[in-house]
Design a binder for this molecule. Structure first.
Ligand SMILES: Cc1cc2nc3c(=O)[nH]c(=O)nc-3n(C[C@H](O)[C@H](O)[C@H](O)COP(=O)(O)OP(=O)(O)OC[C@H]3O[C@@H](n4cnc5c(N)ncnc54)[C@H](O)[C@@H]3O)c2cc1C
Length: 409
């Protein structure tokens, strides 16, 4: 591989969707992936909006047949309060369900689907250096045996996730406007015996003593689940330093979650990831664009990461297809701004979650049906639907709604 149309860095969801869409449009693509699959990755709860990109890339049938845990909504709990959103009761016409996926298996499946459609993926190979120009890019690849290789391409898509390859190499990093938070997480045999527990929903539990601390519980098939706690760093100061002990102690600190998981056992040592929120000065430049987490990552609370990654891949593939065919393109107008619109919608709700406004909305005992449907669409990932007033005027609408909810609580 020394010459191609598009070089894609990373074979996570953004990289496999983008490369497959471009290949289906008739372009030459090459993907380089630093690791070997299957490999662990966090980001296991998909949103229904993802199904559209899987369908576009011709991968949906394989995902549907793979036996992943169905997800039809999201449940929220806080002390004695609980509420749930069902994706088939949403405002935006769209998918009413999706899946909760072990990412080692899911990402390997997507990579396999991409390869079956003719996308070459070189595993164990990283992008080490790049020169960019409007005529194309020259990349230095480093194989795991130490060999280096030069590749020329008309364009590069950075889908390297938290690797953030081009932001680092091209000095594009910009600090996120979210404060630093950390997640500690693992997989468990959950042994949940509560007959009311719904395995088809992600459960988000707000810590009984701290509204800025929350847990995810993402059920998988066969009694397996993913559990994680997300908190500012000061929360962890009072907990054991060992990750597994820390996670167990955090769960024990919430009476309701501790009761639900009283018989749970860890399947693997817990992991810790902190300071994940990140941004960039620009999502594109001469000869390149940034997809998914390589661009911006907000926060895990609404499971929006994979959806944003796939949305950015789909948008970029459309613009790039036209560019490679010789049409004039405007990456700011056709890619960055439309992408940012949905990201900013999620940003408003994430901010509102941590300052308590959105929690007032979520836990309101009797929300108006139509408004609940509009909020549900955002939780389902339809954050680009301008027909939804809670998307179009996200900040203003959220603030007004939160005030009404707070008054009537
Ligand atoms: C605590 C936590 C919980 C989360 N939970 C969820 C969730 O429930 N749902 C959800 O949708 N999202 C969640 N996310 C976000 C999710 O993990 C990411 O948004 C998503 O994986 C981004 O996809 P991607 O394709 O951009 O990158 P990735 O999935 O990270 O893929 C990037 C790939 O690039 C490769 N790579 C890196 N560097 C190089 C290099 N130099 N050369 C070649 N390849 C390289 C990596 O090996 C990797 O395979 C969570 C994030 C965190 C931190």
């Amino acid at each position: 591989m020394t010459d191609t149309d598009v070089l894609v860095i990373g074979a996570g969801p953004a990289g496999t969707i983008a490369s497959t869409l471009l290949k289906r449009a008739g372009h030459r693509v090459a993907v380089v992936e630093k690791q070997h699959f299957p490999r662990f990755s966090i980001g296991e709860s998909l949103l229904p909006q993802c199904m559209e990109y899987l369908e576009q890339a011709g991968m949906l049938a394989a995902v549907e047949a793979a036996g992943f845990q169905k997800k039809d909504g999201a449940a929220f709990a806080w002390e004695e309060r609980s509420t749930q959103f069902r994706f088939d009761e949403q405002f935006t016409p769209g998918w009413g369900y999706t899946y909760q996926v072990e990412r080692d298996r899911f990402d390997a499946l997507l990579a396999d689907q991409a390869q079956q459609q003719g996308v070459p993926i070189t595993f164990g190979c990283s992008l080490a250096a790049i020169e960019t120009a409007h005529t194309g890019i020259t990349a230095t690849l480093e194989h795991e045996d130490g060999q280096q290789q030069t590749v020329r391409a008309r364009f590069a898509l950075d889908a390297s996730g938290f690797g953030r390859v081009l932001p680092r190499l091209l000095n594009l990093e910009k600090p996120s406007n979210f404060p630093r938070r950390t997640a500690v997480f693992s997989h468990i045999d959950d042994h949940i015996s509560d007959p009311h527990f719904d395995r088809n929903k992600i459960l988000i539990t707000v810590h009984q003593q701290r509204q800025d601390v929350w847990f995810w519980l993402i059920p998988f098939p066969d009694g397996k689940a993913s559990i994680g706690v997300v908190a500012p760093d000061d929360f962890f100061a009072g907990l054991p330093s060992d990750n597994s002990d820390c996670l167990n102690a955090a769960v024990a600190g919430d009476t309701r979650l501790a009761a639900l998981l009283s018989r749970a056992t860890l399947r693997m040592p817990a992991r810790r990831q902190g300071g994940y929120s990140a941004s960039v000065r620009s999502l594109h430049g001469e000869g390149y664009a940034l997809l998914g987490n390589a661009g911006e990552f907000l926060d895990p609370v609404f499971s929006s990461g994979v959806t944003i990654a796939m949305h950015s891949a789909s948008l970029a593939a459309g613009v790039l297809d036209r560019q490679l065919r010789g049409e004039a393109t405007d990456w700011e107008r056709e890619f960055a701004r439309p992408l940012q619109q949905g990201v900013d919608t999620f940003r408003s709700y994430v901010s509102g979650w941590y300052d308590g406004r959105f929690q007032n909305v979520v836990f309101h005992p009797s929300p108006p049906e139509e408004i609940k449907r509009m909020i549900c669409s955002i939780l389902a990932g339809y954050a680009w639907d301008q027909n939804n007033p809670y998307v179009q005027h996200h900040q203003r609408r959220l603030t007004a709604l939160a005030e009404i909810c707070a008054d009537s609580l």
